[in-house]
Design a protein around this ligand. Structure first.
Ligand code: HEC
Ligand code: HEC
Length: 219
């Protein structure tokens, strides 16, 4: 019984990944959704560079790198940090919620256009043994616990699949661990179908550390 339940969950996850990929591939190029990277750069230099660096390759482990991230994903996250209609933000973070407060929807698109065009710097795993264990989860998941392979949505080389599945390759492992914990506790909720909550809540702390090590060095 348990086995059947887990296998069917994996099938659902695979189907979700596939349908989004098809949508992304057939989506028409829309001029309206493209921001102005030059305008975005102005805000990025004045406000965001202190924590995410001028080119979006952050040097502080708690602050995510934004360089090369998909524009749609960046816009969505900036929106998610904003509390709406008296409700708490879908992604709770005191620093970023203060940062997005003065941004207009236009500013968000411009920032997303800027960061998505920056070149991401490759990272390196600091613990190779842990990273090797993490690679197994990344590529194959954990069938017994119903954890799907991360590669199925974030792609084998970690560049993700726009618009919904973010690039994670080379991201700081401290940041990755923090996000997986936040998905587990649902501090971070606005994830379509709550799929990352389902995945993270089936992972042990050790698995979270291992897969994050692997991803931080993935290129
Ligand atoms: C004082 C430091 C600080 C400043 C300044 C700052 N950020 Fe952040 N940013 C963070 C931290 C810390 C996080 C991680 C939040 C979390 O853990 O959820 C983050 C997360 C993000 C994310 C989510 C990335 C992802 O992979 O999901 C985006 C997008 C982002 N910041 C954009 C910006 C933009 C645009 C600005 C300027 C308007 C900015 N940040 C200014 C610290 C900062
Ligand atoms: C079914 C598709 C799917 C699978 C499989 C999947 N993810 Fe995700 N992941 C997502 C989506 C969708 C998001 C974006 C959530 C949001 O918009 O807030 C995401 C976001 C993330 C983030 C946050 C990135 C950031 O920049 O903040 C991390 C970290 C992550 N996933 C790690 C993993 C790991 C590790 C695995 C494997 C154990 C995995 N994911 C498997 C769909 C998936």
């Amino acid at each position: 019984m348990q086995g059947i339940k887990f296998v069917s969950n994996i099938a659902i996850v695979a189907a979700l990944a596939l349908s989004s990929q098809l949508l992304a591939e057939t989506a028409p190029e829309s001029g309206k959704t493209k921001g102005d990277a030059a305008k975005g750069q102005q805000i990025a230099t004045q406000v965001c560079a202190a924590c995410h660096n001028a080119d979006g390759n952050s040097s502080i482990p708690a602050n995510p790198s934004l360089a090369g991230q998909h524009a749609e994903y960046i816009t969505k996250q900036l929106n998610d940090f904003k509390p709406k209609e008296g409700k708490p933000a879908e992604r709770e973070n005191a620093i970023m919620s203060a940062m997005v407060a003065p941004l207009s929807p236009e500013d968000m698109k411009n920032l997303a256009a800027y960061y998505s065009r920056q070149t991401p710097k490759p990272g390196e795993a600091s613990d190779k043994t842990l990273a090797e264990q993490g690679e197994k989860i990344y590529r194959g998941g954990n069938l017994e616990k119903g954890v799907p392979a991360c590669a199925s949505c974030h792609s084998p080389n970690g560049v993700g699949i726009p618009p919904n599945y973010p690039r994670i390759a080379g991201q700081h492992s401290d940041y990755l661990v923090a996000q997986l914990r936040a998905f587990r506790t649902e501090e971070r909720t606005r994830d379509p179908n709550n799929v990352m909550h389902m995945i993270a809540s089936r992972m042990s702390e050790r698995e979270i550390q291992a897969v994050s090590q692997f991803i931080s060095g993935l290129r």
